[in-house]
Write a protein that binds this ligand. Sequence first.
Ligand code: ZN
Ligand code: ZN
Length: 409
Amino acid sequence: MGTKRPHEPPKVDTPVQLGTLTDMAVPEYAVPKYVVPKYAVPKYKEPNINGDYFCQLHISVPRHFRTPKATPKTMTFIDKSQPLSDVKSPNRKPVPESDRKPKIVLDNPYLKQMQQRFAYVTILTPTVGTIVAIALLPILGMDLLTLGLFISFYLLTIVGIEVGYHRYFSHNSFRAHPAVKIALAICGSMAAQGPVIHWVSNHRRHHQYSDQPDDPHSPHLHPPATNLSEWIKSIWHGHIGWMFTSDVTNATLYSRDWLRDPLIARINQLYTVWIIVGLLLPSLIGGLVSMSWTGALQGFLWGGLVRIFGVHHAIWGVNSICHLWGAQPFKTKECSRNVGWLSLVTVGGSWHNNHHAFPNAAILQFYWWQVDLGGWLIHLLKRVGLVSSIKAPSADLLAAKTVLKTDSQ
Ligand SMILES: [Zn+2]
Ligand SMILES: [Zn+2]
């Protein structure tokens, strides 16, 4: 009675800081550091041959983080937080500093394949739909209802991306009423450019490494393009190609704030549902208003697929064109440009040099002639009390950063 069996691991009650645990049994992305408490008491802990400590923790993994390769409920970790002096084993090797830093991308072929498949479906389907819609124009024509559905759903979803995904979720450039937050996340998801947390992670990585090798979608390749075919390759990569080739950005590093928000995590998880809603709604409105199947088909094609095609290329144009050609009124570290002719269709997103100079600014209209529909909407929402704490650079800061004194660019 009370005697300890020889192979029983020693019980420990010292809390372990989860942020310092390195997973050894499952891929890194399956370690949901955000759903478990910051500290947890492991079941047991014992040194291995290298002097590292093994820990077993019982944690639950959210459904959208699980993979077919199974995520065990009990995971084994190496605890690298133990000070060397605590470890009795003489064989312990020091942990390199690089191993302690979280990686910017996930080394996970399964998730990369999923990202590629989603890219194929969400890029090819609207392209084919647009070709079909244009081919059917001589037969079905274009009425006011169809045009109205195209324009309204275009505005709704590009606002979801530019005002929601970009200015609110990526840059926290204003505070929003919960209803506005939910609406922006859903409208952005309907644009079929990826779930909100995935988009935010890629975009924050873009700002951290703008036009450097780790930028997910820079049109400036390394080494730089020197001939026409390399230029075409660069532009293709910045516009579309990156979605097929880039590694999956580590959301636990870039979007921890939104992963911790249960509502946004849920909207993120239901991404495909919002895309379907975005296709069904215009079909339903088109069919019911015209009381015809043709109206439903026109609504599906123009309010759904052609609209997705248009929003896709407008936003991708910001990634490609706005890092290549246009005015640079502000001195920034990367190649961002202001492209005035794109400002209407991007609801202000193409004032991209303004944006890189002041990433947290909610309004990108720094001069009266810089039309920023997204900014106007934010002003309007502020007026009715749904938005507050709009971030904006001071006049002094604007003047200090300006290098190009012009009234027309
Ligand atoms: Zn940029
Ligand atoms: Zn940005």
